[in-house]
Design a protein around this ligand. Structure first.
Ligand code: AHR
Length: 316
């Protein structure tokens, strides 16, 4: 009898420990952050905001820039695990290939917050994801273009990083909406990795291979590539924002400057200030609270009429 009671008690203790969040190492939280890179102004603003938020909260943030390379991110996560950080924040460059390393973090008892782009790994391998709805962003961009062109437009698409959920989902959302209009179509779609200079080069090539008179708009998965495309359009002697409409995503200061010049028409905002929500989720986890698997980040759509005002608010 004594034996069976002790055994039941032991089982209860094991169950309690299994479902208890691990204790923090000390008063100061140490969090490893694996960032994609610095491919765009939006990414730089995101990095700056998360570093500032960590500093303000007294969090020790171990920052690792992956230079757009998943292998670097996997190595960084393994290093964070070896250093026994309290938590990890991962901004993944691409969607696939995370199951193994996320499993390693989980086995080490380290919660992982996915931030911004998505992963295909099972949700049970991470604590939560702080992110916007990229599909919705694509839909908003297309809805504006459909209204601006009365549903008739030949579109050039500049794609973000191939394999990233930001590029894939924005494409899905945009295409869902233009499919509703029989005279809206993508005439050419090419990747430019979310990089401004790549946007310029890719657009230059497209203007040489297509008849520019037949291009009604550029739909760019981010503002930086749009700004590159604007340069290429000007270099070709055309008037961006007028001869060729420009719609993109991010709402960085430079796109508002372009709007003030009459060179860009609409941008869908991606708020770069996601650090606070990620840190809040980690704190809540350590307090034993339950966390939803998705913490949404929202943003508006902006046009030239408020560009000067938005530029002043966002300039750094
Ligand atoms: O993942 C979000 C995207 O990544 C941003 O829209 C783009 O600017 C960045 O590089």
């Amino acid at each position: 009898m004594i034996h069976s009671i002790s055994f039941a008690y032991l089982k209860l203790l094991i169950a309690v420990f299994m479902f208890m969040p691990p204790a923090q190492h000390g008063d100061v939280l140490t969090i490893g952050f694996s960032q994609v890179g610095s491919e765009s102004d939006w990414r730089t603003a995101f990095t700056e905001s998360i570093l500032a938020e960590a500093q303000q909260r007294g969090i020790q943030l171990l920052f690792s820039d992956a230079e757009n390379n998943q292998e670097n991110q996997i190595a960084a996560i393994r290093s964070f695990i070896a250093q026994q950080v309290d938590a990890i924040i991962l901004a993944p460059v691409i969607e696939t290939g995370w199951d193994q390393v996320l499993g390693e973090a989980q086995a080490a008892g380290i919660p992982v917050v996915i931030i911004d782009r998505n992963v295909t790994a099972p949700q049970s391998l991470y604590l939560t994801r702080v992110a916007s709805d990229f599909v919705h962003e694509g839909r908003l961009a297309a809805a504006w273009l459909a209204q601006a062109t009365a549903g008739k437009c030949n579109i050039v698409e500049l794609e973000g990083t191939v394999g990233s959920s930001a590029a894939r989902d924005r494409q899905i959302g945009f295409n869902q909406v233009i499919a509703l209009f029989s005279e809206m179509r993508i005439i050419v779609s090419q990747p430019a990795e979310f990089i401004r200079e790549n946007g310029r080069k890719v657009m230059e090539g497209i203007l040489n291979s297509e008849n520019p008179d037949e291009i009604c708009a550029v739909w760019s998965h981010n503002d930086d590539m749009a700004i590159g495309a604007i340069q290429a359009i000007k270099d070709a002697g055309l008037d961006p924002g007028d001869d060729i409409l420009i719609v993109s995503v991010d709402a960085i200061p430079d796109i508002f400057l372009a709007m003030m010049e009459g060179d860009a028409n609409a941008t869908v905002e991606l708020n770069p200030n996601m650090g606070a929500a990620a840190f809040d989720a980690i704190s809540a986890y350590f307090q034993g609270q339950s966390i939803p698997k998705w913490i949404p980040v929202t943003g508006g759509v902006y046009f030239p009429d408020t560009a000067a005002e938005e530029y002043e608010k966002r300039r750094r």
